[in-house]
Design a protein around this ligand. Structure first.
Ligand code: ARG
Length: 477
């Protein structure tokens, strides 16, 4: 505890003017006030908090708990507060603890006693559960949009570079030649699954806890379907205890976001490698790179590096949320206030990273000569030679052996398989004939893999078309 905090402890006064003041004989300790407050960070929920209150007030009027006039006064007050916050003129107060009590107190200050009726049949417990769901839903929609934008950029690259040849790797060793476009579509597939995971999570989070009140429901004749529909929820939640306590929907979204970040981190690793002078496969636009203060020659891939680094904090926030939830007995506990900072930072981070990628990827250019040379170097067509022999009747294991020997010979001579003479090749197997050179070329190797999911440029273009139509068929949110 800092000295400042120590000074402020035990400074309780007779001020018991809190919203729960009736039960208390001394004011909250100043340190405890700061320690328990969340308004510093939960005020970003203000729009959802007001929308939730509007829906609640309209529902109370519909069922006869509020008069038409009272409802109109409340809605008018909330609207004025909305504009005040939007204009940056609203005074947030730590004494009022959180966004909910700040807005409610401002309402009463503005419209008088009617403001005090808004909280009828409601608790901050169902209120905050509603606000967070609305917030997460909005953020999920923003993330879905960014995912789509990045996916389209990858599909564009796939079409542009359907026949750009690069080495494909396993164990980061040259394995077989592939098309750069095919590689981009592999990333797109990962994002496609990320998209569908989030859409699925959105279904489970889009239900309204309003009406659960503190934990057990309320004695008023509420209409939960009505308030749910006003907030564009698919319907009300089914159990009041569960509604106010679980944050599994946030955990699920955090998990989806962690998977997105894991994917972006993998892409980043490849971009970092590809821009190194050792690989030198691609160019990133200058505006997405930085220089070194000491080494004038440097152009560093900072954006991919940072995205790779930021995956760590997102995974960390997922762990925070899981740990926060794991020991809580039903129903609401104050622990849940700790869900916001990790969740907000996680969503901000994922959006920033997706935005960076969606802006950067369209400007990536391939250094085709380097990629081609690299594909040529690593005996990437060795499997093609084995397949050639199999097609001429040799069992695959024997073909593997023949090619292994040819490669060893090539390495010793410093030559690629395609550079060995027919006579030399026939020394390894009599089955080899003049037409072998067609399969030993990079183009031959790619074109031979002409089936669904294969790397033949023709297939890459078909796959890009399929990917594009999946993205374009998505509903607008
Ligand atoms: N600020 C609180 C939160 O974020 C709101 C709910 C408070 N409820 C309560 N019973 N203290 O969770």
């Amino acid at each position: 505890m800092s000295d400042k905090d120590k000074d402020s402890t035990n400074s309780a006064t007779e001020d018991t003017s809190k919203l729960w003041g009736g039960r208390f004989s001394e004011a909250t300790d100043a340190f405890v006030q700061r320690f328990t407050a969340s308004v510093q960070f939960d005020n970003r929920l203000w729009q959802h908090d007001i929308n939730g209150s509007v829906a609640h007030a309209m529902m109370l009027q519909k069922v006869g708990v509020l008069s038409e006039e009272e409802k109109d006064q409340i809605l008018g007050g909330l609207e004025a507060i909305w504009y005040e916050i939007e204009a940056g003129k609203f005074q947030w107060s730590v004494e009022l603890e959180d966004v909910h009590m700040n807005i409610e107190a401002a309402l009463t200050a503005r419209i008088g006693n009617v403001g005090k009726k808004l909280h009828t049949g409601r608790s901050r417990n169902d209120q905050v559960a509603t606000d967070i769901r609305l917030y997460v839903r909005e953020q999920v929609d923003a993330i879905l949009e960014l995912l789509g934008k990045l996916q389209l950029a990858l599909v564009d690259l796939a079409e542009r570079d359907s026949d750009t040849i690069m080495p494909g790797f396993t164990h980061l060793q040259t394995a077989q030649p592939i098309s750069f476009g095919h590689h981009m579509l592999a990333w797109n597939e990962m994002l496609e699954r990320d998209y569908s995971r989030l859409v699925d999570a959105r279904k489970r989070l889009n239900v309204s806890p309003l009406g659960a009140a503190a934990l057990a429901g309320t004695t008023y004749p509420i209409d939960r379907d009505y308030s749910a529909s006003l907030l564009a929820f698919d319907g009300p939640t089914r159990n009041s205890l569960d509604s106010v306590s679980d944050r599994d929907f946030a955990i699920e979204v955090a998990s989806c976001c962690s998977t997105i970040m894991m994917h972006l981190s993998r892409f980043s690793e490849e971009l970092v490698l590809w821009t190194s002078s050792q690989f030198d496969f691609i160019d990133l636009p200058d505006r997405f790179c930085t220089g070194s203060s000491i080494m004038p020659q440097k152009k560093n891939p900072d954006v991919p590096e940072l995205v790779r680094g930021k995956s760590g904090r997102v995974f960390g926030h997922l762990m925070s949320l899981l740990t926060l939830m794991k020991s809580q007995p039903l129903a609401y506990n104050k622990d849940n206030q700790e869900d916001k900072e990790p969740l907000f930072d996680l969503l901000d981070t994922v959006k920033d990273c997706l935005f960076a990628y969606s802006e950067m990827m369209p400007a990536v250019t391939c250094k085709k000569e380097n990629m081609r040379a690299a594909a040529q170097q690593g005996y990437a067509t060795a499997t093609d030679l084995a397949d050639y022999l199999v097609k001429r009747g040799l069992p695959f294991r024997d073909a593997h052996e023949v090619v292994g020997k040819s490669v060893a010979y090539g390495i010793a001579q410093g030559k690629d398989l395609s550079e060995l003479s027919l006579e030399t090749l026939r020394g390894f197997s009599e089955l080899i004939e003049e037409d072998v050179f067609a399969v030993l070329t990079l183009e031959g190797s790619l074109n031979a893999r002409d089936h669904l999911g294969g790397t033949a440029p023709r297939q890459v273009l078909i796959a890009a078309g399929t990917a594009r139509s999946l993205i374009e068929a998505r509903p607008k949110r």
